[in-house]
Design a protein. Structure first.
Length: 510
């Protein structure tokens, strides 16, 4: 898992840059798989299923996604605990941690499944406006979904164990086909049935198979887990404590992602919300890039923090730097070409009202992506409570500022507040990192210079008129950022890049 660098001595970090980059790429592929599958499958599903059936199927997709929130943060808590023990060279207690987490997640899943089974009639008959001819079918589909819930919760813990071991190859060996089959699966059953129940059964079957596959790989990575089965679960209090704070942070983050549209819809006509929500949905998809990297770095931070490793500061800076280098060009191009993107995609009328919002979202997503690294660092350090409290405090402040800005400046004001909240969140998280470590992990003067450069760059591409001029400005800014990136590369990274280039030129045997 952690091979020391023999070629360039002590300067090479414990985790090779290429190893971490490979894991991040695997994560990114696993997260992009559903989008590719959806592009292929959705047109076929839309033509084949009745509109009511398709609507219920989309709700089944959403419910299976929200089921992952029911793990109470235990999957990520297990990753943090196991990685810490592995970093300290104390793997003996890991099997019992895995068994304890699996038991807790299984109980949570069973409790949720019981509630869903008991409430299936009420959900279908009262909570949802299901057509009369689909009530029986929707009720049965809801019960099938309930069967899959324990497998979804248990799978999050097993995946957390694999991530702690940096086995993202195994994680994505399961996640990539499983996530793709969430869309392709219902299409496969179309030659046999156009009913809702078989489609939902396929979705649940995919989740059950994924859980079993995670379990198989977990037993191979941590064989002692088999011997721990049946033992009295231990360390559940520390797992539940960490998990509770992580859950609070997840719920606050979810609230921040939903409440803005509710608040805006209460102030402006509901139809106008589309000019805010549509560009937001598009631009925020870029967050899969820093999310893939932060998921890899979280167990690294957890392992290195246990011994207060001198490599830790280096990992933190690299994570922020790589996030910047990967996300800045994407978001800057989107901001610069926002009008053209919306015009081609949704028409000139939509572009006229949604361009400014899309530009604000581009800057906000870039800042939000940078914030994932200090958030993961703090949670790995055992400061999940600080992150959770910060995000809970942000919710009412954001809602109040959003309401005021929307009433005064419309959708553009709302998008600006969204961006400013992301910026405030980043600076608060960096402040918490400094408070916890008693030292700045990022050089303040360099941070101010970068902030000024980013602000001027987005201002330049957002305020320039003609497309030709904007393209020239984008080219100049991207070239300048590339030069800055090369100046920021240290000796270790240059050695890694040189080795990769030589392998590319001369083949793997070079």
């Amino acid at each position: 898992m952690t091979t020391p660098g023999a070629s360039i001595g002590d300067r090479l970090p414990r985790y090779r840059a290429g190893f971490l980059a490979r894991n991040a790429v695997l994560n990114l592929a696993g997260q992009l798989a559903p989008a590719g599958a959806a592009i292929v499958a959705l047109p076929l599903l839309a033509r084949s299923y009745q509109l009511d059936v398709l609507g219920l199927l989309t709700m089944a997709w959403a419910l299976l996604g929200y089921f992952t929130l029911l793990d109470l943060g235990l999957g990520r808590a297990l990753t943090q605990r196991v990685a810490s023990r592995l970093g300290a060279g104390d793997p003996e207690g890991v099997p019992l941690l895995v068994w304890t987490t699996s038991v807790l997640l299984g109980l949570v899943g069973l409790a949720g499944a019981t509630l869903l089974l008991a409430g299936a009639d009420w959900i279908v008959s009262s909570a949802l406006r299901v057509p009369a001819h689909l009530i029986v079918e929707a009720r049965l589909a809801t019960r099938v979904l309930a069967i899959g819930l324990p497998f979804v919760t248990v799978a999050s813990g097993l995946r957390g164990l694999l991530e702690a071991h940096q086995r993202f190859d195994l994680v994505n060996l399961v996640r990539l086909p499983a996530s793709a089959l969430m869309y392709l699966g219902p299409a496969v059953v179309l030659p046999f049935s156009h009913s809702l129940v078989p489609a939902v059964a396929v979705l649940v079957g995919v989740r059950v198979a994924a859980c079993l596959a995670y379990g198989w790989f977990a037993m191979r990575v941590e064989p002692g887990t088999i011997q721990s089965i049946g033992q009295i679960p231990g360390a559940w209090r520390e797992l539940m404590g960490t998990g509770a704070w992580l859950t609070m942070a997840n719920l606050a983050s979810t609230a921040l992602g939903v409440l803005d549209r509710v608040v805006i819809g209460a102030i402006v006509p509901v139809a106008a919300v589309a000019y805010y929500a549509t560009p937001q949905e598009v631009v925020t998809k870029a967050l899969v890039i820093p999310a893939a990297l932060s998921a890899v770095m979280f167990p690294v931070f957890s392992a290195e923090l246990e011994n207060d490793s001198p490599r830790l500061d280096d990992y933190f800076r690299r994570s922020v730097r790589y996030t910047f280098l990967l996300l800045f060009p994407v978001t800057l191009v989107v901001a610069g070409l926002a009008r053209e993107i919306l015009t081609v995609w949704l028409g000139p009328g939509f572009a006229a009202r949604g361009t400014t919002a899309m530009q604000w979202f581009s800057l906000g997503v870039f800042v939000n992506g940078l914030a994932l690294t200090p958030s993961a660092y703090l949670q790995a350090r055992g400061a999940a409570a600080a992150v959770a409290v910060l995000q809970v405090v942000e919710v009412p402040l954001f809602v109040a500022a959003l309401a005021a800005a929307t009433a005064r400046h419309g959708l553009e004001g709302a998008a600006a507040v969204w961006c400013l909240r992301a910026t405030a969140d980043l600076w608060c998280l960096l402040g918490l990192v400094r408070w916890k470590t008693f030292r700045p992990l990022l050089r303040p003067w360099r941070g101010l210079v970068v902030c000024l450069f980013v602000a001027l760059a987005f201002l330049a591409v957002g305020s320039t008129g003609s497309l030709a001029v904007r393209l020239l400005v984008l080219l100049a800014l991207l070239t300048l950022s590339g030069i800055i990136a090369l100046r920021m590369v240290d000796l270790v990274e240059r050695d890694v890049m040189t080795a990769a280039w030589n392998k590319f030129r001369h083949g793997p045997g070079a």
